[in-house]
Design a protein. Structure first.
Length: 136
């Protein structure tokens, strides 16, 4: 494993995930979150906990990139490997995270489907980013 490329890929994955989550959850899904206020922490409390969420995203980005390096094949294009990896991780996360949360939380199907779609698309994008950076 190339530590420098792994670290850069992990940082990039974190940064992209942070931005994508802000766009999706902070903007696109704001209306659905407003409709289900009783399920979520009050905004004041959530803002205090935001550093913990950011830490979780950082750890996810670094581990996402690390796992990518475990199956990296140097003779294959980074784009294809990254998209394939993102696809597999997306399936894994969607299968566990989204179906379980829909059962546990009293949320509308539209919100759960948006989570499912954004989770899968995020995984594809992160795989592409990591594949491009780790290959270079």
């Amino acid at each position: 494993m190339n530590l420098k490329r792994w670290f850069l890929a992990g940082l990039a994955a974190f940064a992209v995930l942070f931005v994508l989550d802000f766009i999706v959850h902070g903007n696109l899904l704001a209306g659905l979150y407003q409709q289900t206020l009783s399920v979520w922490r009050p905004q004041v409390e959530a803002r205090k906990l935001m550093p913990l969420m950011t830490l979780g995203q950082f750890i996810f980005g670094m581990v996402f990139a690390w796992f990518y390096t475990l199956g990296y094949e140097s003779k294959k294009p980074g784009i294809g490997q990254g998209l394939r990896y993102g696809f597999y991780v997306g399936l894994l996360l969607v299968a566990e995270k989204n179906f379980v949360w829909f059962v546990v939380l009293p949320i509308p199907f539209a919100l759960n489907f948006a989570w499912l779609a954004s989770c899968f698309v995020n995984s594809l994008i992160l795989g592409l980013v990591v594949g491009l950076i780790y290959k270079s």
